[in-house]
Design a protein around this ligand. Sequence first.
Ligand code: SF4
Length: 359
Amino acid sequence: MKITFPYMGNSHIAISFFLSGLGHEVIYPPVPTKKTLSLGVQYSPEFACLPFKILLGTYLEAVEAGADTIATSGGYGPCRAGYYGELHKRILHDMGFPIRMIVLEPPLKGPLDFYNKLNSLIRPQSSWRHFCRVFKIAWQKLKAMDEIEDKLHQLRPLAFVPREMTIAYEKGLSYIEQAQTLAQVMEASDEALAGMKKVSVDPTRNPLKIGLIGEIYVVLEPSANHDIEKILGEMGVLVHRSIFLTNWTRDNTLVNREKDVRQAAMPYINQLIGGHGQNSAGETVRYAEHGFNGVIQLAPFTCIPEIVAKSIMPAISLDKGIPVMTVFLDEQTGRTGIETRLEAFVDLLQERRRQQEAS
Ligand code: SF4
């Protein structure tokens, strides 16, 4: 099969390694651009949320490049994410593209269905043993990428020339992409971290700390959030992202289910409201408890779980003493507008910290 998948953050590096390792021809999903989004907007229902539109645009570009199968994740809970796969499939079929859609639902929701879908990815001449071997390497790649990205967020605000840290990180990513075995992934990860440590930093700086929360796609995909982490990092702010792909996958496929975050959210949102809505409330509480200076919530326009979370943010902000800024994102959002709002928010946090230190 000629298979493609959604583009989200750096995950394409591990997913393409995994699928090609299983012997499939991978049609690389293109980096989402304005063209991707306008394609998605053109063929999506008007009320659909931004990730739906970007994904549809990505699929259309991949289908044009020859893809006949799409592998994607499903979802559960009271939110539209669970319908994405089916809706995308119907739209593509109606447009005359008879693609096959493999939607991987959380395994605890339907273990047999999960097994059958994974099994459908194994070619007749291959085996589960080979599947596990390739999966292990791909998982290690994801872990390594999350680790160096986390490091990037910590070191970039300390760098004398933040751009140099970004370049060192991107070089490190390419080492991980090239690695073919477990040992090579570990080596690549060490090399990437060593390269980033070589960039000159000022360890005496005390950067503002901002927690980034919100809906997973717009938090993880720079093209959807106008590279907000990079803008903040280059402004000298330490950004801590609440979602990384490895922890999200672990928490949503195995038993953990993000208990601590949900517990922290309980006084404000005491039940699952779909997407990351409840998490957004819990993570804001936790960022306040960990001494962060502020929180930025990223939300696709019309995303109900994040709208609900936003409505409770003033109460959390007041109770816990942490400023929260919500940024809604859709196809009309421009980078300049985001930059202006970030500058204003960072100024506010700096002034607030100055006053707190003076009192
Ligand atoms: S979480 Fe929000 S953006 Fe994501 S599918 Fe649900 S409603 Fe849409």
